[in-house]
Design a binder for this molecule. Structure first.
Ligand code: GUN
Length: 284
């Protein structure tokens, strides 16, 4: 059996088109949705990410302003800048690119963002809202994974067993909560879970979000399962690859997301969804 591909590029293009429509509707009411992005320091990976976020925003008609500060910026100055953006009604979403320089307390910085502008979904208020089923912003990566499941008709997961490998605060944990909210039975594991294979073989849906190559191999996958690969790694040849042994797992799974071209573009697209949502909420 060869799995069907869940094409993240194609689905992300569809999501961006939906966002564009919503942007136009707000602009027709004289509201220009705006995302403020803060980048501190010169981390090369972060520079690529923020450049993409600005380009994605502008492509959909969202205004994006990128503020760059030196790596030795004082935390108090950053907090003051966030407070000013919180108070600025022309700014609907605020994103502080992570990782921050080591002298800064990431938690304190994230908590300084007004929850109604927390388009990353990293604030405690956003995490709490997800936990108790209240409206709030969902972290973009698991939110994009849920959208991928919906795209193949998997919105109600009643009777389905989902296995999440990885327990990060921005992917594994919120992913598990979103799957639960969609009525799945959920098992959450980490890379050191004893007999991980016994767990993953139970999964009608398996989400791999560890950040290590070949965490999920073909022998660990139930035939026909849906496999979502959140990993972003490099193989021996320096080529981008996920956590899933794609070449072999695709012969067992029913559906699979590729890397690149899977969860990555969806994560980017869901930031735009959160940003337009933030602007719509304050403009109702
Ligand atoms: N660094 C890597 N990914 C992300 C993300 O999704 N949001 C922020 N703020 N920083 C990141």
């Amino acid at each position: 059996m060869t799995a069907q591909l869940i094409d993240g590029n194609a689905l992300a293009a569809q999501v961006r088109a939906e966002v564009s429509h919503r942007v136009q509707a707000l602009k027709a009411r004289d509201v220009q949705p705006r995302l403020a992005i803060i980048l501190i320091g010169e981390d090369p990976g972060s520079q690529v990410y923020v450049r993409n976020k600005v380009a994605d925003s502008e492509q959909t008609g969202l205004a994006a302003t990128l503020e760059r500060y030196p790596a030795d910026m004082a935390e108090a100055d950053l907090l003051a800048r966030i407070a000013a953006l919180n108070a600025d009604d022309s700014v609907h979403g605020i994103l502080v690119q992570l990782p921050l320089p080591r002298h800064m307390d990431s938690h304190a910085v994230i908590e300084a963002i007004a929850p109604h502008k927390d388009v990353d979904g990293f604030h405690l208020a956003s995490a709490g809202a997800l936990m108790v089923g209240q409206p709030g912003f969902r972290p973009c990566t698991p939110y994009g994974c849920m959208r991928m499941l919906e795209s193949i008709g998997m919105q109600d997961l009643r009777g389905k067993h989902a296995v999440v490998i990885g327990r990060s605060n921005i992917v594994g944990k919120p992913m598990a909560l979103m799957l639960l909210a969609a009525n799945a039975t959920v098992t959450i594991c980490h890379s050191g879970t004893p007999d991980l294979k016994a767990q993953t073989l139970q999964g009608d849906i398996v989400v791999a979000a560890v950040g290590k190559r070949r965490v999920l191999t073909a022998d660990m996958v139930k035939p026909g399962a849906i496999v979502i690969d959140v990993g972003m790694n490099r193989d021996e040849a320096g080529k981008l690859c996920g956590d899933v042994d794609f070449a072999n797992v695709k012969e067992v799974a029913g559906w699979i997301t590729p890397v690149p071209g899977g969860v990555g573009p969806m994560t980017r697209a869901m930031l735009l969804v959160n940003t337009i949502e933030a602007a719509e909420r304050v403009s109702r």
